[in-house]
Design a protein around this ligand. Structure first.
Ligand code: NAD
Length: 438
């Protein structure tokens, strides 16, 4: 099959590479010449483990190519995927559909034969129908169908998630489009990964409902963590005890500094907005958004307490600034709230992140970047563990503590614990939702 993928961001590039690995011929399109030049040189513009090798393998096999030329890419394609960004629209929280609609129109103008236009971007309910209207208006004679195929991959584990999904969701209006979609996903179908086929609206809703639910789970445990600190409970033990209940499950129950990333913040806001527009308020999701903001602010208060009430004149070492490990994505990362509060409060901030510097430099002005966590911690009055990269999970804490001016740790991912910190020579330690010492 020939497939065109519009947008080569985290989702479009991973999907395009994986579809080519299924054996399809895939042409990936982007508007950004810098990205296409890099891809043509065999360089991956994002950090995603395993993506470079899989991409090279399929380029070498002649199944995968990159271009700025959308009309050329879709020539002869049986399916064209839209995987462009749907960021939060300024002012009202709605998903900004400008890029999706622009891509739909470009596809319509260039398409000649029957094609299935598949939206992979996360879009509000009703968008696929709007895509259909836009395409029909731009090219009235075109024989086409639309399909909704939301993506559930996680950055940092994207290839595995794409190749071994919990499920694939496909929203279609007729058997003809369903047949094309099942042909595309046949390799997964043959390996017994479930394909859930629905109408367009349900597929669109599944994605928002799933992300809002996961954001709720994280936020719930973060709120429980705040209470644990007050009542003397340990949230790690609480989530372990909760998670063993099969009805609850142990995933997404790790207390931390609040969720961030390219999906949860914008998708929860978009769902809340969809609810408002339909006079069907999403009270739970709205509360989740508010509690998540409180959680990030609570972290700043915690750090301030560990700095005797003020950041001014203190040196703070921050380990990890990407929104989670194994990605270079900084979109809506908690670090974007926490680090500016440190810098704004007058602290000297030293940052170390295995992949975050490239993106982070523009987003976190006024910080010093270090490649080595021990260098970063040298002379610091406070060590903040903000993203749980593997590199920070087995630090020589004795060495870190010895190099610090005042050995104090804020472990916002609960990687270590009070006993371990005390043994290593830390004079104060605080986690999230558990008893520390000052
Ligand atoms: N990032 C994730 O983990 C993730 C997971 C699941 C779903 N999603 C959803 O997938 C969508 C894409 O997310 P992303 O993180 O990959 O976005 P991204 O911002 O990383 O990439 C979008 C790409 O589309 C390109 N683009 C925009 N308009 C174009 C056009 N008309 N023609 C060609 N290229 C165009 C941009 O240049 C950019 O490279 C979003 O709707 C997002 O919510 C993302």
């Amino acid at each position: 099959m020939k497939i065109a993928m519009i947008g080569t961001g985290y989702v479009g590039l991973v999907s395009g590479v994986c579809f080519s690995d299924f054996g399809h011929t895939v042409v990936c399109v982007d508007k950004d010449p810098r990205k296409i030049e890099m891809l043509e040189r065999g360089e991956v513009p994002i950090y995603e483990p395993g993506l470079d090798a899989l991409m090279a393998k399929n380029v070498d096999a002649g199944r995968l190519s990159f271009t700025l030329d959308l009309p050329a890419a879709i020539e002869g394609a049986e399916a064209v995927f839209i995987a462009v960004g749907t960021p939060t629209r300024r002012g009202d929280g709605h998903a900004d559909l400008t890029y999706v609609m622009a891509a739909a129109e470009e596809i319509a103008k260039a398409a000649k034969d029957y094609v299935v236009i598949v939206t992979k971007s996360t879009v509000p309910v009703g968008t696929n129908r709007k895509v259909r209207d836009v395409v029909a208006a731009a090219n009235p004679g075109l024989d086409f169908d639309v399909a909704s195929n939301p993506e559930f991959l996680r950055e940092g584990a994207a290839i595995d998630d794409f190749m071994k999904p919990d499920r694939v969701v496909v929203g279609v209006e007729n058997d003809r489009a369903a047949k094309v979609m099942s042909e595309i996903y046949r390799p997964l179908y043959l390996r017994d990964f479930p394909i859930v086929t629905t109408d367009l609206e349900s597929a669109e809703m599944i994605k928002y409902a799933a992300n809002a639910f996961l954001a709720t789970k994280i936020t719930f445990i973060n709120e429980i963590a705040a209470l644990c600190e007050k009542v003397g409970a340990d949230v790690k033990q609480v989530s372990k005890g909760m998670g063993m209940d099969n009805r609850i499950g142990n995933k997404f129950l790790h207390a931390g500094p609040g969720y961030g990333g390219s999906c949860f913040p914008k998708d929860t806001k978009a769902l809340a907005r969809i609810g408002q527009e339909h006079a069907s308020p999403m009270h739970i999701t709205e509360a989740v958004i508010a509690v998540n903001e409180d959680t990030k602010r609570r972290m700043i208060g915690k750090l301030q307490d560990l700095c005797d009430g003020k950041f001014n004149g203190k040196t703070v070492c921050v380990l990890g600034v990407t929104f989670k490990p194994n990605t270079d994505d900084m979109r809506d990362a908690p670090s974007l709230t926490i680090v500016p509060a440190l810098v704004g409060g007058g602290a000297k901030v030293k940052v170390c992140d295995p992949q975050g510097q490239h993106e982070g430099e523009g987003l976190l002005p006024g910080v010093q970047w270090h490649d080595d966590p021990y260098d970063a911690a040298k002379g610091a009055d406070l060590l903040v563990l903000l993203t749980e990269w593997n590199e920070f999970r087995a630090l020589d804490l004795n060495r870190i503590a010895q190099g610090m001016s005042r050995a104090v740790m804020a472990d916002l991912r609960n990687i270590y614990n009070a006993n371990v910190a005390r043994d290593a020579g830390f004079v104060a330690y605080e986690g999230v939702g558990r008893i520390g010492y000052v």
